[in-house]
Design a protein around this ligand. Structure first.
Ligand code: NDP
Length: 256
């Protein structure tokens, strides 16, 4: 059956930052396609709520409390997932933060924090799951970039550096791990209605309407817009797709 291409039954997915926003949208999609999902985040209450929601929908899910900037915590997280869910097939590096300041006033601690959360974490988490994926004969890594992987913004120097880095890190891993049958791709969200952008809309005057005017689809994205791309990039449907950066942006990145 053709839909077998998108079947994730028997697969185990880790979603960092899966307790809300885009990560939760991706977790919902993969769970619906049959995957067991490990929700990784710092806020245990939010993670428990996400797990309860996935379980209500019939999926197997666990919450793992971990700060993705802490290498030891990430190693413990990967061990726990392999132990409790039996294997690791899919990793979504989604956890991210933004500190909106122009580069001349951004503190180095703020720079380091954004790079550690958005970029170094993808390296640390990918490295932590690589042995399990290699041993299983393959895997899928999905890294979350941004429109700031492509464009610049005055308030996003560290953020844009981290998200540009995600695209290049993705390409390097795709090449390195192709012999292990591990596909590595990035997804570049447009402007999506989440906690992250609720704050941006408060802080950056006129942002809401500027995004609407600049997005051909004429709406902000919703977290469930990420279910389909997650299932595609996590499933056999994408077995010959690697190293790409796929915008999910309602056309934002192609409008002149
Ligand atoms: P949210 O703020 O809703 O979600 C961010 C998630 O990251 C939270 O679940 C949070 O969980 C987790 N997180 C943050 N820091 C850490 C950490 N140190 N360790 C573990 N988990 C962490 O934001 P979005 O859903 O909007 O963002 C998700 C991703 O999408 C980010 O990488 C973001 O940059 C990217 N993106 C978002 C866009 C948008 O328009 N919303 C546009 C382009 C990209 P907890 O607090 O529990 O740790």
């Amino acid at each position: 059956m053709k839909t077998e291409l998108f079947n994730l039954s028997g697969k185990v997915a880790i979603v960092t930052g899966g307790n809300g926003g885009i990560g939760l949208g991706m977790a919902r999609g993969m769970a619906e396609a049959g995957a067991a999902v490990a929700i990784v985040g710092r806020n245990e209450q939010k993670s428990a709520a996400a797990v309860a929601e996935l379980e209500r929908a019939g999926a197997r899910a666990i919450a793992v409390a971990a700060d993705v900037t802490d290498k030891a915590a990430v190693a413990a997280m990967a061990e726990r997932v392999a132990r409790d869910l039996g294997r690791i097939d899919i990793l979504v590096n989604n956890a991210g933060i933004s500190i909106r300041k122009p580069p001349h006033v951004l503190d180095i601690a703020e720079w380091n924090s954004v790079i550690a959360t958005n970029l170094t974490s993808a390296f640390v988490c990918s490295q932590a799951v690589y042995p399990a994926m290699k041993a299983a004969g393959g895997g899928k890594v999905i890294n979350i970039g941004s429109m700031m992987s492509i464009f610049g913004a005055s308030f996003a120097s560290a953020y844009a550096a981290s998200k540009g880095g995600i695209v290049q890190f993705t390409r390097a891993c795709a090449v390195a791990w192709a012999p292990d049958n591990i596909q590595v791709n990035s997804v570049l969200p447009g402007w999506i209605d989440t906690d992250l952008t609720k704050n941006a809309r408060k802080e950056v005057e006129g942002l809401h309407d500027r995004v609407l005017g600049r997005t051909p689809a004429a709406r902000w994205g919703a977290i469930d817009d990420f279910a389909g791309i997650a299932v595609f990039l996590a499933s056999p449907a994408s077995d010959f797709v690697t190293g790409t950066a796929i915008p999910v942006d309602g056309g934002y990145s192609v409008m002149a």
